[in-house]
Ligand binder design. Structure first.
Ligand code: AHR
Length: 507
């Protein structure tokens, strides 16, 4: 029997430029939480561990993702973190009660080790300072320790610790989720705005070359959103380069159609933050445009119940270990599409997180490592989504769901890489039953041929991967073709796709 076919149309033109894509949009995040650090990136006794105790199997998987920037050390954890605990001789480092996640932090890994690990994966570090229990002084000292060449107390301490050259960390987060009642040292918008501005002032005096991220709301569902942004930016606008956004989704009602529409919520969130930033810009008569750092985004809900059972004060327990399904990968693909369509304002984004903790990469402590379902859309978008983002004009049939109306079945983003003469189409078909035939007008690009059509599909939306059974992985047998100047994208029901085209080489 012939498959049911739904039809969509799209126009892609090389002049419909949104912006150059900042590669940092493919960033990620490692927090001292669960087994992200201990048993994740760092496990000295592991058979693949290098001379620093870093797992080489994990490094190899992270390198595949081409992650350009990694946020560290938290997250909620940073709001009660004493960075001094994590530097210097290992034997002198204290074990501490880590209050955000109610575990014991051994401090075997700290700032210097993390910088070394980031170098191994060719990534920049995005460092967060503690504006929960600490403030201006600890932040400026950490910056001096990291970035000042020598000749002062903190820079010479770094050299004494074996790091002669400054780390030159460029991007700094002014605290984490300071609006959240769960945060150690939670602040009102006024309190945070003032503290962040004063901290930024001091940090810029230490190193004027740094870039700073002011904390936005912990999610669009916060009762103080977007007033938080408006009030805090009144204080931080002239100091900060970015405002942060955080958002996680979950399919708690087991309603796939509704769940996959959550990227519309993300889109709306981004629009509102941009509008708020631009309102403050106008109010201040500022010439500066505030950029967005979507520095925590992902799916997070599978592990919620399990996490209530964790023994307090254990060391590196399995926490936030979501096992991702095929449908989660579809939403992750659409979240990436959403950020690409806002590439003019979203300049940094961090998939939260990278290893074991709500992560694309999983490990067994003492065992192997594997790719979760969400690894794949992240991998392909990061590797091939470099260049300029183009604005696709999409005509797609739509559906309504519990929380959303007018949800297009087709969700897409387009990237043109002039250097490689490649046009890349990322497309999710949200239809639960039908193939989506998408006629894509690519006439402004002459002589393109299809190089590959990668498809992530599965009969079971709840299929997941384990170390020994990779049920969800892409194939390259996509059925797209070019006909009369049109690229015809055949997007299977409930699928994520990447269609890559390149200019035909003349003989
Ligand atoms: O990524 C997990 C947690 O989510 C982070 O620690 C926190 O910033 C957010 O609430």
């Amino acid at each position: 029997m012939a498959k049911e076919m739904t039809k969509a149309r799209m126009i892609v033109d090389k002049d419909f430029i949104i912006s150059e894509i900042d590669p940092r949009i493919y960033g990620s995040f490692i927090e001292h939480l669960g087994r992200a650090v201990y048993g994740g990136i760092y496990e000295p006794g592991h058979s693949s561990a290098d001379e620093h105790g870093f797992r080489q199997d994990v490094i190899n998987l992270v390198k595949e993702l081409q992650v350009p920037i990694v946020r560290y050390p938290g997250g909620n954890m940073v709001s009660a973190y004493n960075w001094e605990d994590g530097v210097g001789p290992l034997a002198d480092r204290p074990h501490r009660l880590e209050l955000a996640w109610r575990v014991t932090e051994t401090n075997e890994m700290g700032t210097n080790e993390f910088v070394t690990w980031a170098e191994k994966i060719n990534a920049e570090v995005m460092m967060a300072v503690n504006l929960g229990t600490r403030g201006v002084d600890a932040a400026r000292n950490l910056l001096e320790y990291c970035n000042h060449p020598s000749g002062t107390y903190w820079s010479d301490l770094r050299r004494k610790h074996g790091y002669e050259n400054p780390h030159n960390i460029k991007t700094w987060c002014l605290g984490n989720e300071m609006d959240g009642p769960w945060q150690l040292g939670q602040k009102t918008a006024y309190e945070y705005g003032r503290l962040a501005a004063e901290t930024a002032k001091a940090m810029r005096l230490v190193d004027p070359s740094i870039e700073l991220v002011s904390c936005g709301s912990s999610s669009s569902a916060m009762p103080t959103f977007p007033e938080w942004e408006a009030t805090t930016l009144e204080h931080t606008y002239e100091f900060a380069d970015y405002i942060s956004l955080h958002q996680y989704y979950g399919n708690r009602d087991d309603d796939t159609a509704n769940y996959l529409a959550n990227s519309l919520d993300m889109d709306n969130f981004i629009h509102t933050v941009i509008a708020t930033c631009d309102y403050i810009k106008a109010k201040k008569r500022s010439k500066k445009t505030m950029m967005l750092s979507f520095d925590e985004w992902n799916v997070w809900f599978h592990s919620n119940t399990q996490d209530t059972k964790i023994e307090p004060w254990s060391v590196a327990p399995a926490q936030l270990e979501d096992v991702y399904t095929f449908e989660d990968a579809l939403l992750v693909g659409s979240m990436l599409n959403t950020m690409l369509r806002h590439a003019d304002r979203v300049k940094i984004a961090c998939m939260a997180q990278l290893v074991n903790v709500i992560a694309p990469i999983m490990t067994e402590t003492g065992g192997g490592a594997w790719k979760q379902t969400i690894f794949y859309p992240y991998y392909y978008t990061s590797v091939y989504g470099r260049g300029v983002a183009l604005n696709p004009i999409v005509h797609s049939p739509k559906y309504d769901s519990k929380d959303f109306t007018d949800v297009p079945y087709l969700d897409s983003s387009i990237v043109y890489n002039e250097e490689g003469e490649e046009l890349v189409i990322f497309a999710t078909n949200r239809h639960l039953e039908n193939t989506l035939r998408t006629d894509i007008d690519i006439r402004s690009f002459e002589g393109l041929e299809i190089i590959e059509h990668v498809v992530l599909e599965n009969e079971d939306p709840k299929a997941f991967n384990t170390l020994t059974n990779e049920q969800v992985k892409p194939h390259k047998q996509g059925q797209s073709f070019i006909e009369a100047g049109l690229l015809v994208g055949i997007l299977p029901k409930l699928s994520w796709n990447m269609i890559r085209l390149r200019k035909t080489k003349k003989e």
